[in-house]
Design a protein around this ligand. Structure first.
Ligand code: C2E
Ligand code: MG
Ligand code: MG
Ligand code: MG
Length: 283
C-alpha cells in the first residue's frame, strides 16, 4: 500500500509539472505570435514637475493585447525573461519608444526624455548596446533624450555585470534611473560609484508614509541622499493630492502616478502634452 501511495504521489507530481510546463510553453508560443501579430505595444505615462506643472518626461510601459484583453507586464515579463523572448520584446519597445519620442516629445514645444524599462536579461545580453545604438541612430533621438530604468534589486544582484553595461550606456549620453528605489537594499558605497542620474522612489513608500510614519523617514532620507549625490529624484505611484503635497514639501518636485495621469496611448499623450503647454502659457 505504501508503495502504491508513493507511486500515486509521484504520478501526481509529474502530472502537475506537466501542466505547468505546458502552460508555460503555451504562453511562450502565444508571445511569439504576439510579436509577429503586433499585439505588443507601448503606452506612455507622464512625469510631472508638481512645483511648476511642467511635463518633465514620460515612461514607456509595454502592453500585450491578447484576444482583446490587455495582459499586464507583471504577468508576461517574467515568462519572457525565462524564455529569453524579453530580448526581442525589449528591442521592440526601445525602437518604438525612440521613434515615438522623436515625433511627440523632442520638438520645438517639448524636450523631455522618454524612459524605457530594461530587465537584467536584456541588460546583460551581448547585443544590448548594439540595439541601443541602432534605436538611437534609426530614430534620430539624441542620447540625452533617452533614459534607461533598471530596478534596484536587479542591479544589486548583478553588480559587476551591471556596472560595466551602465558605463557603456552612459557613454552614449543616455540617462540612467534606478527604479523601485528603497526596496532593494542598495549598498550606498556602490550607489555612489555607479553612473546613475535618477532615483525613483518606490510606490510602496509613497503609499505607506501616511499609515506607517517611519516610512516618512525613508522618503526624506532618499530625497536627502539624492540631493547629496546630486541625483534627480522622482516619486512613482502618486495617487492623491496629499501625497503630492507631502512629497513637494520635502523637496521632491518630480512625480508620476494616477493623480497626474494613467499611462496613455501616443495620441492621448500628445493631447496631454499640448494641454499642459496651453495651461502653462495661460498661467
Ligand atoms: P515600473 O517600471 O515600476 O512601472 C510602474 C508601474 O506602476 C506601471 O505598471 C504603472 O502603470 C503603474 N503605476 C503608475 N502610476 C501608478 C499609480 O498611481 N497607482 C498604481 N496603482 N500604479 C501605478 P505596469 O505598466 O503594469 O508595469 C509593471 C512593471 O512591469 C513595471 O514597473 C516594469 O518593472 C515592468 N515593465 C513595464 N514595461 C516594461 C518593458 O518594456 N520592459 C521591461 N523589461 N519591463 C517592463
Ligand atoms: Mg519603471
Ligand atoms: Mg518603478
Ligand atoms: Mg514599481
Amino acid at each position: 500500500a505504501a508503495k502504491s501511495a508513493g507511486r500515486n504521489r509521484f504520478h501526481f507530481f509529474t502530472r502537475a509539472l506537466g501542466v505547468a510546463a505546458q502552460e508555460r510553453l503555451q504562453q511562450e508560443q502565444a508571445l511569439k505570435s504576439a510579436l509577429q501579430n503586433q499585439e505588443i505595444y507601448v503606452e506612455y505615462q507622464p512625469k510631472v514637475d508638481f512645483s511648476s506643472d511642467e511635463l518633465v518626461g514620460v515612461e514607456a510601459l509595454v502592453r500585450w493585447r491578447r484576444n482583446g484583453q490587455v495582459v499586464s507586464p507583471a504577468q508576461f515579463i517574467p515568462v519572457a525573461e525565462d524564455s529569453g523572448q524579453i530580448v526581442e520584446i525589449g528591442r521592440h519597445v526601445l525602437r518604438t519608444a525612440c521613434r515615438d519620442a522623436c515625433e511627440v516629445l523632442v520638438g520645438p514645444l517639448f524636450s523631455v526624455p522618454v524612459a524605457v524599462n530594461v530587465s537584467i536579461r536584456q541588460l546583460t545580453d551581448p547585443g544590448f548596446i548594439g540595439d541601443l545604438k541602432a534605436a538611437l541612430a534609426e530614430s534620430g533621438l539624441p542620447g540625452h533624450a533617452l533614459e534607461i530604468e533598471v530596478t534596484e534589486s536587479v542591479l544589486m544582484q548583478n553588480m559587476e555585470a551591471a556596472a560595466e553595461v551602465l558605463g557603456k550606456i552612459k557613454a552614449l549620453g543616455v540617462r540612467i534611473a534606478i527604479d523601485d528605489f528603497g526596496t532593494g537594499y542598495s549598498s550606498l558605497a556602490y550607489l555612489a560609484s555607479l553612473p546613475v542620474d535618477v532615483l525613483k522612489i518606490d510606490k510602496f513608500f509613497v503609499d505607506a508614509y501616511a499609515t506607517h510614519p517611519k516610512n516618512m523617514a525613508v522618503i526624506t532620507a532618499i530625497i536627502d541622499l539624492a540631493q547629496h549625490l546630486r541625483l534627480d529624484v522622482i516619486a512613482e505611484g502618486v495617487e492623491t493630492r496629499s501625497q503630492a503635497d507631502f512629497l513637494l514639501a520635502h523637496g521632491c518636485r518630480c512625480m508620476q502616478g494616477f493623480y497626474f495621469s494613467r499611462p496613455l496611448s501616443l495620441a492621448a499623450l500628445q493631447e496631454y502634452a499640448k494641454r499642459m503647454q496651453t495651461e502653462l502659457l495661460r498661467a
